[in-house]
Design a protein around this ligand. Sequence first.
Ligand code: AVJ
Ligand code: FE
Length: 433
Amino acid sequence: MDTEALRERALTSLATARDRTTLLTSCVDEPDLTAQHSPLMSPLVWDLAHIGNQEELWLLRAVGGREAMRPEIDSLYDAFEHPRAERPSLPLLAPAEARTYASEVRGRALDLLAAADFHSTRLTEAGFAFGMIAQHEQQHDETMLITHQLRKGPQALTAPDPKPAPLFTGPAEVLVPGGSFTMGTSLEPWALDNERPAHPRKVAPFWIDTTPVTNAAYQGFIEDGGYGTERWWSPKGWAHVRRHAISAPLFWRKEGGQWLRRHFGVTEPVPADEPVLHVCWYEADAYARWAGRRLPTEAEWEKAARFDPTTGRSARYPWGDAGPGPEHANLGQQHLRPAPSGSYPAGESPLGVRQLIGDVWEWTASDFLPYPGFRAFPYREYSDVFFGSEYKVLRGGSFAVDPVACRGTFRNWDYPIRRQIFSGFRTARSERD
Ligand code: AVJ
Ligand code: FE
């Protein structure tokens, strides 16, 4: 993309993010914005001002060289100074002030964008800082959508359901050839530090599910006594589900022999053909073992998503290099749920794997680790401080992820106990098993 196309993309990406932020923070009343709906989450009004504060830090101050607008609020919105559970007791900006602050920052950021030199520094090269800030806002929009899902009370958000897709009748799994492929990227202009650099990675041949594991399949595990059978679980997973008496995905309950779930304020029968949602890594890992399979490694997932055996190269997305359209993937909160497993034929990979992008984040077997040659940029607190064995990698994005923050190389991570996130999974097996 040339400079003016990137500038245009930055402008529309920032505007799309702000429209979504506005939607998520205007569909509930003021007490709902300042309340903490779960100790796992910030009050929505914290996310709102934090979005503005990060934009001020990176665009106005780092790129523009401006003075702090309100230096006294920086520490309130520093995610590392105050854990989420503490945030409601801070002297946060009230909703109206937070909105004004974020929109003043935005006005100045757009002035900068119009004049920014996209070649002068690493931060502005190809518009990176603007793309990073649009992705940051969209990531917090997903976080706010999780807060909405956790919130008690009547439905505040609506969206049309995904179009019903013809029943998927293809094979249940596909064989991905072994050998080296290119993992990560050095070319994608707005790829974040942990996706870089591109490097060769060798993977042994493996089979991977063509579609994400469905609620119906997951119910098979439950009805077979999966939650009560120690041998399906890792030792830590077993201890966790015992200790917290976990016996189904988050938000599920059984009533009169039927599984129901609470979904954005509405109780509904668990939809049999949708990808399972709101499971933790331990549950995904146990299900896979019960099914005689395992979770794919992160490298396997990326090879399945990007490797084209006819060209031998890694594409940006499963369907090729073109950006996601509504025919490819369920992204951007266009719908408030994943589409049935087997949807999006136009988004399948060259080997025929479906829904790798969008619908549900997919747990992988892998810890969150840096690629060889990793360099923290522009700040260590984005990725670097999280590397290690505490976090598991999720790939592919959910229905709540905007296209600007989603690609075949994009990496997400969370604790293996987390399940308020829009997480599901698919399974794999080694060729020789
Ligand atoms: C990449 C989703 C794990 O929300 O903690 C937002 C993204 N980083 N602000 C998170 C992020 C800083 C991050 N995740
Ligand atoms: Fe943040």
